[in-house]
Design a protein around this ligand. Structure first.
Ligand code: HEC
Length: 132
């Protein structure tokens, strides 16, 4: 094999390895940082906690809530839309809230998270939501 062919073959193998890594090693979410974003917002985007509560106790707090209580969310997220896993549903809920509106609520969720959250922010939020 000529030297050039060898170098090309090596590049192909390296590229394949990188690709493989991208597929099998997506951004890993940190639930603690996700909780922080949930409660404080990030990059100018409003905190999720401004509209959502996450504890069972808040079910009994009375009054009208503008957004669903997210307590136990990881248990129902996977059955909201047929064919979507819990993580896929949660990702969609954040990045395109109007695509599915929870029964009894209106499409009032902040709509710019897709532009303001980084991939890492989203992964962290998902990791946190899956603990609820
Ligand atoms: C301005 C208020 C508001 C903010 C801020 C907000 N949401 Fe929402 N969210 C809503 C409303 C209203 C709904 C119900 C309508 C719908 O399904 O789009 C909702 C629905 C959801 C659902 C679907 C819940 C279910 O039971 O299926 C998830 C998940 C969710 N929001 C997550 C988030 C996260 C995570 C953030 C922060 C990154 C956030 N929301 C910020 C108002 C808000």
């Amino acid at each position: 094999m000529s030297r050039i062919a060898l170098v090309l073959a090596l590049i192909v193998v390296l590229l394949a390895a990188c690709n493989q890594k991208a597929l099998t090693n997506p951004v890993t979410g940190d639930p603690a940082r996700g909780a922080e974003i949930f409660h404080q917002g990030v990059n100018g985007a409003p905190a999720c906690a401004g509209c959502h509560t996450t504890s069972r106790a808040s079910f009994t707090r009375g009054g009208i809530s503008i957004a669903p209580n997210l307590s136990g969310l990881s248990q129902r997220a996977g059955s909201r839309i047929e064919g979507l896993s819990a993580e896929q549903y949660l990702f969609n809920s954040i990045t395109s809230p109007g695509s599915f509106v929870v029964d009894g609520f209106q499409n009032l969720m902040y709509g710019q998270y897709a532009n303001q959250l980084s991939r890492q922010d989203l992964a962290d939020l998902l990791a946190y939501l899956m603990t609820l």
